[in-house]
Design a binder for this molecule. Structure first.
Ligand code: SF4
Ligand code: SF4
Length: 472
């Protein structure tokens, strides 16, 4: 029944195959010979199957776990260097017809303030985001065909790209909206979106149906097959994720990797990103009502094993996680983080300091973008506002082949330095600026090709003279 090439959800996320994988890993989790073989394969940096990765996740031999974390860290360095791409979520509307039991926007929540951005409010939100220094957004909206039809989303994307405030510009709009039709995905593609992101929430069908008791999202197959429709509609870059805490993390881990294998098998390109959100408190949602919460140690292991299993897939953690947790996890494979986020509709212009009354989830990391940027540099990372790939047509398999051949470094590093320079000049505090200028000077020496370094140096000077938007 298990068939990664099948287009049916229950066949590419085959429940029996997940259970077999869990049993197999349980049997072999202390099999030193097998673990060493898997680690040798992982060192080739070509990824692992879900079964192999599951054994590493379950392994509880301390020395081997040290090797797993060290390898994850090394793979992150090899593919992503010390760069971290920055983004922010932008909530367009919290109207929603679904009944997701873990989200305060569920249709039965009658006391939460419902809001949908008007065009004027959208302009104000995007201007506020540009004034913080953001260049890359992930737009979010509940599912509501009356209040948030696809035309509304498309109009918002058009407006977002058109706003140019001072030196600001949103250069990449990623989209996180409900599963939809091929035709609508085609429209999103034509609107110039970056990644289409859709969290599976849980891959466990029975739990999925209980957690989504009402609304169109109740349909497990329609939701799980959404990425195939998105790709059929021309969207090359898709982002997966589960909401850890809803189901047992081992089940989700195996199934998530099976989903990645399915995309690779059918479309020749795996997921562009994987997000690893954990369930958090919000309005009428109490995370302790869910039995499957994971602690920071398991969370770190999950991140490390995903990094090893799918080296070419970017990994995202949001401000759901605290500064301390982000600092602990980031080394094991994270390539993108959000900063200065607001998770309510209209929250960038009118922050809800008092009672978080319409946030989708409580933000743990409440620092400003400037503080996050400075912190990243202080712990040895280069914050990057790069959006070059999609604008240069490097999406899908074109992106993956560059990434697999490790050629992406010649783009990512200079792009990170040039976009950081823009940020420092236009938005940073003097302290951040000082640290950033030193970092740029130092990191320029790490650009592998002389020719690229020379062009980057010229562009950095041009940025100082007021020019913007250079990219490789
Ligand atoms: S998770 Fe999404 S679909 Fe579900 S209630 Fe919240 S906004 Fe609606
Ligand atoms: S060059 Fe491409 S892969 Fe590298 S940071 Fe920019 S957008 Fe991402």
């Amino acid at each position: 029944m298990y068939n990664p090439k099948s287009m049916k959800a229950e066949e590419f996320i085959c429940h029996e195959e997940v259970l077999d994988t869990l049993r197999y890993a349980d049997t072999h989790k202390n099999n030193l010979e097998l673990i060493n073989q898997i680690l040798d394969k992982a060192r080739l940096r070509k990824g692992l199957s879900h079964r192999e990765a599951m054994i590493l996740l379950d392994c509880d031999i301390p020395e081997k776990n040290q090797e797993i974390f060290a390898l994850a860290e090394q793979i992150k360095k090899d593919f992503y260097g010390n760069r971290i791409v920055m983004f922010a979520p932008l909530y367009l509307s919290n109207y929603c017809v679904n009944g997701c039991v873990y989200c305060p926007y569920h249709a039965k929540n009658k006391h939460i303030a419902r809001k949908k951005l008007t065009q004027e409010e959208l302009v104000r939100e995007v201007t506020a985001l540009q004034d913080m220094g953001h260049k890359r957004l992930a737009i979010e909206a509940g599912e509501d065909p009356v209040n948030n039809p696809i035309e509304y989303i498309l109009e918002c994307i058009k407006i977002i790209y058109s706003i140019k405030h001072k030196n600001g510009a949103i250069r990449r709009v990623n989209v996180n909206i409900a599963a939809t039709t091929v035709e609508n995905y085609r429209k999103l593609h034509e609107a110039g979106i970056g990644t289409y992101i859709l969290f599976q929430e849980t891959y466990h069908k029975e739990s999925y149906e209980k957690l989504h008791p009402t609304g169109p999202k109740h349909d497990y197959a329609y939701h799980t097959e959404a990425m195939d429709r998105a790709m059929e509609g021309g969207i090359d870059d898709v982002g997966l994720g589960v909401l850890f805490g809803l189901e047992r993390y081992r089940y989700e881990f195996a199934a998530l990797l099976m989903h990645a294998e399915h995309l690779e098998a059918v479309h020749g390109v795996g997921p562009h990103t994987i997000s690893v959100p954990r369930i958090k408190h919000a309005d009428d949602i109490d995370p302790s009502a869910f039995d499957n919460g994971i602690d920071d140690d398991i969370f770190a292991k999950l991140v490390a094993c995903i990094r090893i299993a799918v080296p070419y897939t970017g990994m995202i953690i949001s401000t759901r996680e605290s500064k301390a947790c982000r600092e602990k996890i980031i080394h094991y494979g994270i390539s993108q983080i959000s900063g200065g986020s607001k998770t309510s509709v209209g929250g960038y212009v009118e922050p809800e300091e008092d009672d978080h009354k319409s946030e989708q989830f409580d933000v743990s990391d409440k620092r400003t973008l400037d503080e996050v940027v400075r912190w990243l540099m202080e712990i040895g990372y280069i914050p990057s506002f790069c959006t070059a790939c999609y604008r240069e047509g490097r999406t899908g398999d074109r992106f993956m082949s560059l990434c697999k051949n490790m050629q992406i470094h010649n783009c990512c590093l200079p792009n990170a330095l040039m976009t950081l320079k823009e940020y420092l000049i236009d938005y940073a505090s003097p302290e951040t600026q000082k640290i950033g200028e030193e970092l740029i000077k130092c990191e320029l020496n790490n650009i592998p090709k002389d020719k690229v370094r020379k062009i980057a140096e010229d562009n950095l000077q041009n940025i100082e003279q007021g020019k913007r938007d250079f990219r490789f």
